[in-house]
Design a binder for this molecule. Structure first.
Ligand code: ADP
Ligand code: MG
Length: 387
């Protein structure tokens, strides 16, 4: 029966609040891994090794050779809103990646057992620390929580164990470790394409053969695509580059041309030099009309972060309408770099969909460039054929 009157409003326990908030950021093993890879890349790593047990639910470990974490920073590492990447409010609009502003490791520590082994090149030995609910925790009862010296190479190894052990509903929703592992491989694959200069491996714990292994520097994007998606695709790739400006025209100049028009000729660009700045740049590798697959492969990075955008995806796929056989799809890798000022930092990055200023215009212009690239190839092929 419904309660007779209103029930008292009570404040939730702090640990429960934190766990709920963490679940908003870490949805599943692959979303935790994405954050950890981002951190390793931010640390300047050139090798990143991922080891997984039980689809990442039992164990998710990522070892990098990046700059490491200073010993003195270990006590605050897993606290919420602690970061080395941001100090003032205005830094927010300069952030190249719009990552987690110090929330990722904190979140992990609220929904998993987190441990860190790290060494900077200036320190003589590595240090190991364990975390629970944002704070250092003793590895065994009777020990102190202080980070302990240990053996280790330069760089950082983050170990996440028993993910969602304290959120049983989440855990039971993720019982299929095969599917979780497939999502992990997908994330590693996409970051490995976007960062061809970095060597990535991903394997199951106990297995000697990695499921993903890329060579890193001096590999190219096309090489990485070939290795990870196959020669069928890599032989048919077209490179597309595009950029656009946002105009800050004075009123009398308004109407002379459209804002962000990437078809501006050289003179027009120079004429408005001090008023236009490059607002976005796109680099893409897309399959030609000679390739098609049942399912679309779509890799979208915005400011080097793997994101989803159904609008951009739909527009890119639409470019192939009438070019590919009905019911088939292309391969598209698109890296979009947008002036960080245009990316709304208030849109929480965990939202599956990203949004940014002039989204519609930029999407249209990118799609236009892809269309032109496909048409170019087709016409040159026809031409070759006829002569
Ligand atoms: P953010 O990345 O937004 O700063 P995180 O919680 O992901 O927040 O990480 C907190 C801080 O921990 C980072 O700012 C960075 O200084 C440090 N850190 C995390 N992972 C690594 C790593 N793999 N190598 C070096 N430093 C790291
Ligand atoms: Mg981070």
């Amino acid at each position: 029966p419904p309660p007779a009157g209103p029930l008292p409003i009570r404040r939730l326990q702090e640990s429960l609040i934190n766990r709920i908030a963490a679940g908003e950021i870490i949805h599943r093993p692959a979303s935790a891994l994405k954050e950890l890879i981002e951190n390793s890349l931010d640390a300047g790593s050139t090798t990143i090794r991922v080891t997984v047990k039980d689809g990442g639910l039992k164990l998710l470990q990522i070892q990098d050779n990046g700059c490491g974490i200073r010993k003195a920073d270990l006590p605050v590492l897993a606290q919420r809103f602690t970061t080395s990447k941001l100090t003032t409010f205005s830094d927010l609009s300069k952030l190249v990646t719009y990552g987690f502003r110090g929330e990722a490791l904190a979140s992990v520590s609220h929904v998993a057992h987190l441990s860190v082994v790290t060494k900077t090149k200036d320190e003589t030995c590595a240090c190991k620390a364990q975390y629970e609910d944002g704070e250092l925790t003793p590895p065994k009862s009777g020990q102190t929580a202080d980070p302990k010296p240990c053996a280790g190479n330069d760089g950082t190894t983050i170990t996440v164990e028993d993910l969602f052990y304290n959120t049983p509903t989440r855990l039971s929703a993720l019982r299929n470790s095969t599917e979780e592992y497939a999502r992990i491989l997908d994330v590693v694959t996409k970051y490995a394409v976007h960062n061809a200069h970095v060597s990535f491996t991903c394997k199951k714990a106990g297995s000697t053969n990695p499921d993903i292994s890329t060579p890193g520097h001096p590999s190219t994007t096309v090489n990485a695509i070939k290795l990870l998606y196959g020669g069928m695709i890599s032989r048919e790739l077209l490179e597309v580059n595009a950029s656009g400006t946002r105009s800050h025209s004075s009123p009398k100049k308004k109407g002379k041309r459209k804002a962000s028009d990437m078809n501006l000729d050289e003179d027009a660009i120079h004429e408005d030099d001090e008023e236009d700045e490059v607002a976005w740049k796109a680099e893409a590798w897309i399959s030609s009309a000679n390739f098609h697959a049942k399912k679309m492969t779509f890799l979208l990075f915005i400011n080097h972060r793997l994101v989803d955008s159904s609008r951009i995806k739909r527009a890119c796929e639409g470019v192939y309408n009438g070019i590919l056989p009905k019911g088939t799809s292309p391969f598209i890798y698109l890296s979009l770099n947008i002036d960080p000022k245009s990316v709304d930092v208030n849109v929480h990055p965990t939202k599956r969909e990203v949004h940014f200023l002039d989204e519609e215009q930029i999407t249209d212009q990118v799609a236009g460039k892809l269309t032109a690239a496909l048409a170019n190839v087709n016409s040159s092929r026809v031409f070759e054929y006829q002569t």
